[in-house]
Ligand binder design. Structure first.
Ligand code: GFB
Length: 310
């Protein structure tokens, strides 16, 4: 990737896309194109083709997706499957037709079988049944990986895939119905502190374990892999460390400075018991995360002043 190459970031307003944009700009890349979802509906094949015809990007970061936490995934199952299939198929096909030099497709750690051996190595893909709460999203993301591999095989396209673990960072979603656990708990603890509430209700048992990566670390890894990785399959991106959701809640409680109790809403699902990434492949290539979970949460909490709900 040269500094003047034209780079299209699909999903530049989201947490991941905006982090990739910051990372590229900091590294001196100045020819970045993007469109909001209002300007370009990525589910519309004709519009996507027209955009690629006009802009002719050299590189594509495919970070646009319909995303959400466990409840949103489980509720809007049709949208999570259809929207994500359309977005990735339209962009990957247009990238082929309009001769994109290299494309990176971003997936998710939920592509792995629910009970795959931990930590999850890349070869565990398609070795068992998926976690039911996010099966539609996972199937769409698995299809994206397979599309990149099939296009590499049939057409020689340099299209690669990466699988990030659970993410957090600037531009996260704080809507309590659709968000992931980390932003949801930041909001819940903050509001409980401000309103002097006696308890914060978290979902499920708190026993499932999750790994969390700051979006800035993810973006750095994506730019690194765009340069260093060109092959079939994909590369896990994570920290290689996880903790129980209850431990996460206690960490956030401490950062926020909330003094009350934590209780559990057992009507909400736990989801997959554990999804810890094996990041051996990425580490062996020379990349490691730099932002610890505690300092990342402190950083996010300190910069929430602009958030509407805050
Ligand atoms: O982050 P999360 O929504 O998604 O939930 P997943 C992780 C765990 O935190 C679950 C618990 O066990 C939740 O029950 N949890 C506790 C909460 N309190 C809360 C809360 O207030 N809000 C939320 N949202 N969770 C998603 C997948 O799975 O992760 C997606 O559905 C994607 O497909 C994404 O892979 C990264 O980690 O379970």
């Amino acid at each position: 990737m040269n500094k003047t190459d034209k780079i299209y970031i699909a999903g530049h307003r989201g947490m991941v896309g905006s982090a990739i944009q910051r990372s590229l700009e900091a590294a001196g890349f100045s020819n970045i194109v993007s469109r909001t979802s209002r300007e370009l509906d990525l589910r519309d094949q004709q519009l996507v083709k027209r955009f690629f015809d006009q802009e002719r990007p050299d590189y594509v970061f495919l970070a646009a997706a319909k995303v959400g936490g466990i409840l949103a995934n489980n509720t809007y199952r049709g949208e999570f499957l259809y929207d994500n299939l359309m977005i990735e198929a339209n962009i990957i096909e247009a990238a082929r037709v309009y001769g994109v030099t290299k494309l990176m497709f971003l997936g998710s750690s939920c592509i792995y079988p629910k009970l795959a051996p931990q930590p999850l190595t890349e070869d565990a893909l398609l070795t068992g049944p998926l976690e039911p709460t996010n099966e539609p999203y996972a199937i769409a993301k698995i299809t994206g990986i397979k599309l990149c591999d099939a296009y590499r095989h049939q057409y020689g396209c340099d299209f690669i895939s990466v699988m990030p673990t659970n993410l957090y960072g600037p531009n996260d979603n704080y809507d309590l119905k659709s968000s992931h656990v980390l932003p949801a708990l930041i909001r819940k603890f903050h509001e409980a502190k401000v309103n002097n509430e006696k308890e914060v209700v978290m979902w499920g048992t708190g026993l499932p374990k999750r790994e969390f990566l700051h979006a800035d670390d993810l973006a750095d890894a994506c730019v690194f892999l765009m340069r260093e990785f060109s092959d079939y399959g994909f590369v896990n991106i994570g920290t290689g460390e996880d903790l129980a959701i209850l431990e996460l809640a206690q960490t956030i409680k401490e950062v926020v400075g909330y003094q009350g109790e934590i209780s559990h809403d057992m009507t909400k699902p736990d989801g997959t018991p554990r999804k810890l990434m094996n990041v051996g492949k990425l580490n062996a290539m020379g990349w490691k995360h730099t932002i610890s979970l505690k300092s990342g949460i402190e950083q996010v909490y300190a910069s929430l002043t602009g958030e509407e709900w805050y």
